[in-house]
Design a binder for this molecule. Structure first.
Ligand code: PBG
Length: 341
C-alpha cells in the first residue's frame, strides 16, 4: 500500500485542532519576517535618472512634484550625493527648448551638447559613479520623435546611422553605459560594431529592449520639452501593450546584437514581462519605473492618500520579486536614504 503524500494546508493527521498549517508562525515578529524574506532591495539595485537644463541652478517640473531639472553644477552635486549613498549609476536626460530643436535633431550629434558637457563634468568630479546616457533623437527633434521623420514615416536605417554617431560622442565624453531607447530595428548591432571599431570594447549597452508605447511617459515628455513638439504617437516603433511574446523576440535580438543588459519599460504595469524576460534569458534585466509611475505615486502621497516611504520601498521591492536585477527610478535618492536607516 502506498503511503499518503504529506498534506499541506489540511488538519494534521495527529488529530491536532484545525488549522494544521499555521502560516502566521513565520510572520510573528520582525526578526522572523526578516529571516524568511525571499527578496531584498538594496542601494545597488538603483539607477537614478536626472533631468538636465542649460541654465545654472534647478527648476521644478510641474507634472513630477519633487523632481527638478538640474544645471550642470547641480548635476555634479547630485552625482556626489549618489556616490555618498552608494547609488551605482545615474542616467542623464536633457531638456531642450523649441529653438534648439530641428527636423533632424542635429544637436544629438554635437559633442558639446548639454549631455556631453555634463558627462565630462560629472566624470571629472565623481569618477566612481557610473553614467548611463539615453540614445534617441526625441530631446532634439522639432517633431519630438525618436527617429528621422519623412512624409509621416520614421525612417529606420537612416535613423540608426545618426544614433550610432550620438552614441559615439557620448562615449567619447566619458559615458559608461549606452542605453538606446529609440526602438529602431538593428540599432544595438550597429552601435556595438561602431564601439568595437572605435576601440570602445568595454562600453556597456543596456538596451531598452522591451519598450512599450505608453501613456505613462507623459510627465517625462514635459520634463525634456517634448510634449508640445510631439506630433502623433510612437506606435510604429514602440511596442503594443497587448504583447508579451514580442517582448521576448525583441530581447533575444538585442542580446544577439551585443546588449550586455536589457530593460523593460514601463515598470509596474509590465512586471509580467520582467519575469518572463529573466526566466527566458537569464541576463541582467532592469525595469524602468517611468515618470508617470513616479507622478501617480508622488501625487497621491502629496494628497496624503498614500504613505510615501512605504510605497517607495514596496513598489521597488516588487521589481526584485518579479525577477529584476535593478530599477531606474526617480525615487532612487530617497530610496537609498530610506535603506540606510
Ligand atoms: C526617449 C525616452 C522616453 C523615456 C525614456 N527615454 C520617452 C519616450 O519614449 O517617449 C521615458 C521615461 C519616463 O517616462 O520616465 N526615447
Amino acid at each position: 500500500m502506498t503511503k499518503n503524500p504529506p498534506s499541506f494546508g489540511s488538519p494534521a493527521s495527529s488529530g491536532a485542532a484545525f488549522p494544521g498549517t499555521r502560516m502566521r508562525r513565520n510572520r510573528k515578529a520582525d526578526w522572523a519576517r526578516r529571516l524568511v524574506a525571499e527578496n531584498t532591495l538594496s542601494v545597488n539595485d538603483l539607477i537614478w535618472p536626472l533631468f538636465l537644463q542649460e541654465e545654472p541652478g534647478r527648476s521644478p517640473i510641474a507634472s513630477m512634484p519633487g523632481v527638478d531639472r538640474l544645471g550642470i553644477g547641480e548635476a555634479v552635486k547630485a552625482a556626489e550625493e549618489a556616490a555618498k549613498l552608494g547609488i551605482p549609476v545615474i542616467a542623464l536626460f536633457p531638456y531642450t527648448d523649441g529653438t534648439s530643436r530641428n527636423e533632424t535633431g542635429t544637436l544629438a550629434t554635437d559633442e558639446n551638447n548639454l549631455v556631453c558637457r555634463t558627462v565630462r563634468a560629472v566624470k571629472k568630479a565623481v569618477p566612481e559613479v557610473g553614467i548611463l546616457c539615453d540614445v534617441a533623437l526625441d530631446p532634439y527633434t522639432s517633431h519630438g520623435h525618436d527617429g528621422l521623420l519623412k512624409d509621416g514615416i520614421i525612417l529606420n536605417d537612416e535613423t540608426v546611422e545618426v544614433l550610432v554617431r550620438q552614441a559615439l560622442i557620448q562615449v567619447d565624453a566619458g559615458c559608461d553605459i549606452i542605453a538606446p531607447s529609440d526602438m529602431m530595428d538593428g540599432r544595438i548591432g550597429a552601435i556595438r560594431a561602431a564601439l568595437e571599431s572605435a576601440g570602445h570594447q568595454d562600453t556597456q549597452i543596456m538596451a531598452y529592449a522591451a519598450k512599450y508605447a505608453s501613456a505613462f511617459y507623459g510627465p517625462f515628455r514635459d520634463a525634456i520639452g517634448s510634449t508640445a513638439a510631439l506630433k502623433g504617437d510612437k506606435r510604429t516603433y514602440q511596442m503594443d501593450a497587448a504583447n508579451s511574446d514580442e517582448a521576448l523576440r525583441e530581447v533575444g535580438l538585442d542580446i544577439a546584437e551585443g546588449a550586455d543588459m536589457v530593460m523593460v519599460k514601463p515598470g509596474m504595469p509590465y512586471l509580467d514581462i520582467v519575469t518572463k524576460v529573466k526566466q527566458a534569458f537569464a541576463v541582467p534585466t532592469f525595469a524602468y519605473q517611468v515618470s508617470g509611475e513616479y507622478s501617480m505615486l508622488a501625487g497621491a502621497c502629496d494628497q496624503g492618500w498614500l504613505d510615501r516611504e512605504r510605497v517607495i520601498l514596496e513598489s521597488l521591492l516588487g521589481f526584485k520579486r518579479a525577477g529584476g536585477d535593478g530599477v531606474l527610478t526617480y525615487f532612487a535618492k530617497e530610496a537609498a536614504e530610506l535603506l540606510q536607516r
